[in-house]
Design a protein around this ligand. Structure first.
Ligand SMILES: [Mn+2]
Length: 465
């Protein structure tokens, strides 16, 4: 397959996420990528997980579209497909693909092991790494392999949790994988010493990598450290799972994510593509070839959308996928004219409008529930709202100690003492007397509900008394 001294060219595709919703994007991008890989003379194809987005029924057009593409690729090169995230690619999904190789085989890697490519045929290890006897047998039967893969598909944490306990399962995954990669490294060093190229393929998160949203992934529960991956002593380490393309290099060896084949979500940064690897022992490069992924435009407003600004964005958004988001208070939600925004982006491929409506919030009277007596609660409320306390305290003590008739008599007595504007004050009395009962009721409510936001129901009426 390879001429003496020629680099091995590998087309590395990842995170294809075929599904009914992604079909157009996935198939346009993967179709472009594999045709480019064929035209570029790639010797081998690798799909490093998440070929599908979720469980797909056999009659789903997305599944047959993916199968057609893999079949198309195997007319030109052998293909290795790795098991990805179980929720995207339920175990067993890839089994079917073993059957669809045309001139070249499709090899499905769904367990941790090594596999040699010998004259176009995949020869797997029995256990996690090639045993010395297996290596001898392989040499005797097939000669020198073109390349040896170390495959680390998604690890089932549930199985691991059963073995090591739930609490340590997350970090244990990393520890176990690091141990495995180191032991694979010892075997790979032997292959490399014999001039055989070595490739690692896995699906998971490298601690410290960056997501497609620009978020650095740092924590203890990620599958790999970059050091552990280099410990596998592979010329090339091909990763899937993270949708943003990125790579690391050490002494001519490279670890890289191609990122997802297309842009499946709004707000994903960075170019989409596949990786063209050029692999020689001790000298490897990975070059991104861009796919025609859809372009997305995201506009966010803190408040109602600015229509003038949107008109400017729309002028440059023909055929793009547009998402407009805004945040408004409940009372302003009617100000947003969705139809007008839709009309602005009529030339765009898609317009997604996302409103976030903030409900009217009544703030609590902080600390009021800790006050022991009703006068203390009222005092706290006056303090918080800046209302003069004395007149209210007087009224409250009246309400607490006197009956309605006595209160009315007192008020009338006070009024008759005032000769000025008698008419007007007399009409006030007519209002204020009936309020005594409702105010009492509200104050009782306050006592009963003083842990709830209803605390403020008191002040709305209390000042009237
Ligand atoms: Mn993925």
């Amino acid at each position: 397959m390879l001429k003496e001294g020629e680099s091995l060219l590998v087309g590395h595709f990842s995170d294809l996420h075929y599904s009914p919703g992604n079909l157009v994007e996935a198939d346009r991008c993967f179709g472009f990528a594999l045709e480019n890989a064929i035209a570029s003379g790639c010797h081998v194809g690798v799909v490093s997980g998440d070929s599908t987005d979720h469980r797909l029924d056999a009659h789903t057009p997305a599944l047959s579209a993916l199968a057609r593409r893999i079949h198309q690729l195997t007319a030109y090169m052998p293909v290795l497909m790795l098991q990805g995230t179980f929720s995207h690619e339920p175990p067993g999904t890839l089994d079917l693909f073993r059957l669809i190789g045309s001139h070249h085989p499709v090899y499905v890697a769904d367990r941790i092991h090594q596999v040699a490519l010998c004259a176009g045929q995949f020869v797997p290890s029995e256990g996690p790494v090639f045993a010395p006897a297996e290596i001898d047998a392989l040499h005797a039967q097939h000669g020198m392999p073109e390349v040896v893969f170390t495959c680390v598909p998604t690890v089932n944490k549930a199985v691991l949790a059963a073995a090591v306990g739930v609490a340590s399962a997350a970090t244990a995954v990393g520890d176990h994988l690091a141990d495995y990669l180191a032991s694979a490294g010892a075997v790979n060093r032997q292959w490399r010493a014999q001039g055989v190229r070595t490739i690692g393929v896995s699906h998971g998160t490298v601690n410290g990598c960056q997501t497609e949203h620009g978020v650095p992934m740092a924590g203890f529960d990620h599958e790999f450290t970059i050091g552990a991956l280099f410990d596998a002593e592979c010329d090339a380490f091909m990763l899937g799972h993270i949708h943003r393309a990125q790579q690391w290099e050490r002494e001519g060896r490279v670890v890289a994510y191609p990122g997802s084949i297309g842009r499946f979500h709004y707000g994903e940064i960075g170019a989409k593509g596949y990786l063209q690897w050029q692999i020689s022992v001790g000298q490897t490069t990975a070059t991104q070839v861009r796919t025609p992924a859809r372009e997305t435009v995201c506009v966010d407003f803190d408040g109602p959308p600015d229509m003038a600004k949107l008109a400017g964005v729309a002028a440059d958004a023909a055929d793009k996928f547009v998402r407009v988001r805004w945040t408004v208070n409940e009372e302003h939600r009617q100000l947003v004219d969705r139809d007008a925004i839709q009309a602005l982006f009529s030339a765009s491929a898609e317009v997604k409008l996302e409103a976030r409506v903030l409900p009217a919030v009544r703030s609590r009277a902080e600390g009021i529930s800790r006050a022991a007596t009703l006068p203390e609660k009222l005092g706290r409320w006056c303090e918080l709202t800046g209302v003069e306390a004395d007149p209210l305290m007087d009224s409250l003590s009246m309400l607490m100690t006197l009956d309605a008739q006595s209160i009315a008599d007192q008020v009338l007595a006070g009024l008759s003492a005032q000769s000025v504007r008698k008419e007007i004050e007399a009409s006030d009395v007519a209002v204020s007397i009936p309020t005594t009962t409702p105010v009492k009721a509200t104050l009782t409510d306050m006592e009963l509900d003083d842990d709830g936001p209803e605390d403020l129901a008191v002040p709305a009426t209390a000042p009237q008394c």
